[in-house]
Design a binder for this molecule. Structure first.
Ligand SMILES: Nc1ncnc2c1ncn2[C@@H]1O[C@H](COP(=O)(O)OP(=O)(O)OP(=O)(O)O)[C@@H](O)[C@H]1O
Ligand SMILES: [Mg+2]
Length: 566
């Protein structure tokens, strides 16, 4: 029975994640309600049109996918205003004082920050992300990344942070799911005022009660009229923002060569635990790492001890083209300077290049464009029901059909599914059930990363062959080394992502990916080696400040296939 369900149920990971019978029971209840809701939707569609039956691509009523939330009359409070205006702070106050609750954030770093904060004020809080599960005794609260929001549980209070990400072209659907699906008496949404009209429009149909609270910035943010000038003008508390790994490392080297500062670095593809430690070192006034070089990975909600943001450029490559930063991007990033309660009561913002100043100034003075639509992805249940009508279709065809034929109301768009389609194209020939294919497709695998794509393919192939994937089949004995070049560093980051993917799969297909602990320990070694590289890079003070010593590695290396990249 259990293995059957593993093969067919998208939300089962919630059961293996929370792992008890009660959740199993709730899960079934939810699942059948959900299927029932979708079936009703189909029925009403066919009866109203008379001609089209079983149109599972009708996504015009996504609120009806979440019957548990629809049973509630939710009080929804929108906390909106500029960055650093106390939006999250006020929502968290409500969460802290509630008997049970959930915080959903866009970043693992934010979920970690909130879990730590709640536990510190004696509100036991679990931390759940796609790859972590830290349970605290007696916890009735959870801090999660938004993808992990549990729409089958009942909460007194819920917070969805950075709600404007509902318009994100890739992750928007997770925010929509949380917005429509979380069954809470009180739902607090924090973010940019640009999201207000859309949220109000979407929630008109749910019967929820919506109120809006506006906030003002708590400490001043001053756009400077002059660029940085010489690197000798860098000072304690500065954060330089750059948009490529190469530039981040070159800036770190350049600043450290001047001899007065040490730089922490934070960027998206660093292991999250490394990012957290780098950010903590920078935040710690007693540490020697007093300057931060970061990508826009710092741009959301984080509270860092930054006095001045310096944009190395106001253009970035977004995967398709080099384009100007948008108004919300500039405001979010600049908003990290001079956080209320930090070491710097006033924030400043400038650029390296004088030519970038006009865009910086105009963006800081402009409102973000009003959000028009929220992201959506067809649920697994809908795709499953559609697949039963077309048993010969692979997952790729099913997904492509939904993308081409989905009917949407004007408040929604279907998110960019390029990554899902890339994975589907690779695994569709394997003898896997639809749910298993779906899982591999939504896993955190960037198919443009060659090592990661190869890791995912090997996991899927081994799983299809034997139903069991031992990490040692993918990794062979050997030794990971401290990278010596930027290229080797990038490869180690990718290896970390392969291990991360194993851990992610182990939470969803628990019996088939049994080596979670081994994968987690290898991830930790990767992070330590990367951190060692970061410490060795650039100018160093003579005193060893190493906080982490690399353990002797006995075994664990990538198999021949992946090792060729080392
Ligand atoms: N009333 C308050 N008393 C004490 N500290 C506060 C108060 N309001 C906000 N803060 C602190 O100010 C900082 C910024 O607040 P918060 O993170 O809530 O801002 P925000 O509006 O959510 O910003 P962002 O848009 O960047 O997420 C945080 O460190 C928070 O703890
Ligand atoms: Mg916030």
């Amino acid at each position: 029975m259990a293995s059957f369900l593993l093969r067919h149920n998208r939300n089962l990971f919630a059961c293996s994640l929370f792992g008890n019978k009660e959740h199993f029971r709730l899960y079934f209840q939810f699942r059948f309600q959900s299927l029932g809701a979708a079936a009703n939707m189909v029925h009403s569609y066919s009866s109203s049109s008379g001609s089209i039956r079983n149109d599972f691509t009708d996504l015009t009523c996504p609120h009806s996918w979440y019957p548990k939330a629809r049973e509630k009359h939710r009080r929804v409070i929108l906390h909106v205003g500029p960055t650093n205006s106390g939006k999250t702070y006020h929502a968290l106050k409500q969460l802290e004082s509630s008997a049970s609750g959930i915080y959903c954030g866009p970043l693992r770093l934010l979920a970690w920050e909130i879990a730590k904060r709640l536990n510190k004020v004696q509100v036991p809080c679990d931390l759940i992300t796609g790859q972590e599960r830290e349970e605290v005794d007696g916890a009735n609260h959870k801090a999660v990344t938004v993808e992990m929001a549990d729409v089958s549980a009942d909460y007194q209070c819920a917070v969805i942070d950075e709600i404007q990400m509902i318009g994100c072209t890739t992750r928007g659907y997770s925010f929509t799911r949380a917005l429509l699906g979380i069954a809470a008496d009180e739902l607090h949404l924090c973010g940019d005022p640009a999201a207000v009209p859309l949220i109000q429009e979407i929630l008109k149909i749910t019967g929820d009660e919506v109120e809006v609270q506006f906030y003002e910035r708590l400490s001043p943010l001053i756009p400077l009229n002059v660029p940085l000038g010489s690197f000798s003008n860098i000072r304690n508390g500065d954060c330089i923002v750059a948009f490529s790994r190469k530039e981040i490392y070159s800036l770190k080297k350049r600043i450290e060569k001047e001899g007065n500062h040490l730089c922490s670095v934070v960027y998206g593809s660093l292991p999250p635990e490394t990012r957290t430690r780098q950010a903590s070192m920078f935040n710690d006034a007693s540490s020697e790492f007093d300057v931060l070089v970061a990508s826009d990975a710092i741009g959301m909600g984080l509270n860092l001890n930054i006095s001045r943001i310096i944009f190395s450029s106001t253009k970035k490559f977004d995967g398709f083209e080099v384009r100007d930063l948008t108004v919300p991007e500039i405001k979010q990033i600049a908003g990290r300077a001079g956080r209320y309660g930090s070491n710097f009561p006033e924030g400043q913002v400038t650029c390296l290049d004088e030519d970038d100043l006009p865009l910086l100034h105009s963006s800081l003075n402009s409102p973000s464009p009003i959000l028009e639509r929220a992201g959506l992805l067809p649920t697994f249940d809908l795709m499953y029901m559609y697949s039963r009508l077309h048993p010969r279709y692979g997952f790729y065809q099913i997904l492509a059909h939904f993308l081409d034929n989905a009917k949407l109301s004007e408040n929604y768009f279907i998110v960019n599914c390029d990554q899902l389609l890339k994975v589907a194209a690779v695994i569709d020939e394997l003898p896997l059930g639809l749910h298993e294919k779906y899982l591999f497709c939504i896993s955190p695998a960037d198919m443009d990363d060659e090592i990661l794509s190869q890791g995912l393919t090997q996991f899927a192939e081994n799983y299809a062959k034997k139903g069991l994937v031992r990490l040692r089949e993918i990794f062979t004995p050997g030794s990971l080394k401290v990278p010596k070049t930027a290229g080797a560093l990038k490869e180690l980051e990718s290896i970390h992502k392969v291990l991360d993917l194993y851990v992610w799969l182990s939470f969803r297909l628990e019996e088939s990916f049994p080596d979670r602990e081994l994968a987690a320990s290898q991830k930790a070694i990767c992070s330590m080696l990367i951190e060692e590289f970061l410490e060795r890079l650039g100018w160093q003070r003579p005193v060893a400040r190493r906080r982490l010593s690399s353990p002797k590695m006995s075994s664990s290396l990538l198999s021949r296939d992946v090792r060729q990249y080392l």
